[in-house]
Design a protein around this ligand. Sequence first.
Ligand code: BV8
Length: 241
Amino acid sequence: MSDPLHIVILTGAGISAESGIETFRSEGGLWEQYPIEQVATPEGFAADPALVHHFYNMRRAALKVVEPNAAHLALAELQTGLEARGGSLTIITQNVDDLHSQAGARGVIHMHGILTSLFCSACDHRFDWVDDVAHDMPCPACQTTGGPNKSVVRPDIVWFGEMPYEMDVIEARLRACDMFVSIGTSGAVYPAAGLVQMAGQLGKQTLELNLEKSQGSHFFDESRLGEAGTIVPKWVTEVLG
Ligand code: BV8
């Protein structure tokens, strides 16, 4: 692979696993404890807002006690190193934790949203929030609170059946890059899982760094297996020479 200058990286739950954040589809993972339909769909939220707020309150609280790991730190270093030589690194994450930014990465695209942001479904006001959310919390902008079993303030998270954020920016970055790298994702969720196919059709180099073979491994020019905390810093050292 020739030396890439402009790299686009897609990360998934696997890059945060060594920081102690649960993945979704592993043994006993999040989707086994809480069925997707109940906690990660607009219908589930309408049916039981208190349960959905509990699911996200738990994960938001976990952010206060976890740290970025060597993989997050290596990507921040890669971004600085590429920029120093006139290149660029775009990090697109499916994760709703803020560990890439905590590690120093800039311009991270949270295509599935982020735990530290809420929005009001009545007036669309978005605001930062790091604490628990009560299901009857009033919107700080329009003061609407919904009703006894209706919550107007919701997590700023892209649920199943909702359009991921910044897809236009993501496509533009993919077209402009030299290389597409996927780190720590099972390749189970679209449209994120389809980005490698778009990159391949555009003639980009593609690399997968993951603990095990994923559903999309066959789309990549190269797949390296191992823990992100080990294989990502190694790969970054290779790229930065
Ligand atoms: C949409 C927020 C359309 C919630 C999430 C095409 C084909 C098939 C299905 C569809 C399709 N198009 C749309 C769909 C439906 C659906 C979908 O893809 N369903 C799947 C399940 C079949 N997609 C959607 O609904 C998307 N919306 O397409 O809208 C539209 C069009 C017009 C107008 C309106 C709408 C929305 C998808 C977003 C859903 N929200 N998250 C939350 O986080 O609470 S998705 C959820 O899965 C998480 O975001 C997570 O990030 C994501 C992917 O999971 P992974 O990150 O990969 O995690 P996972 O546990 O699966 O895997 C971890 C990997 O890490 C493993 O491979 C493991 O081996 C590895 N690993 C573990 N430890 C380590 C490691 N690797 C390295 N080191 C380690 N230490």
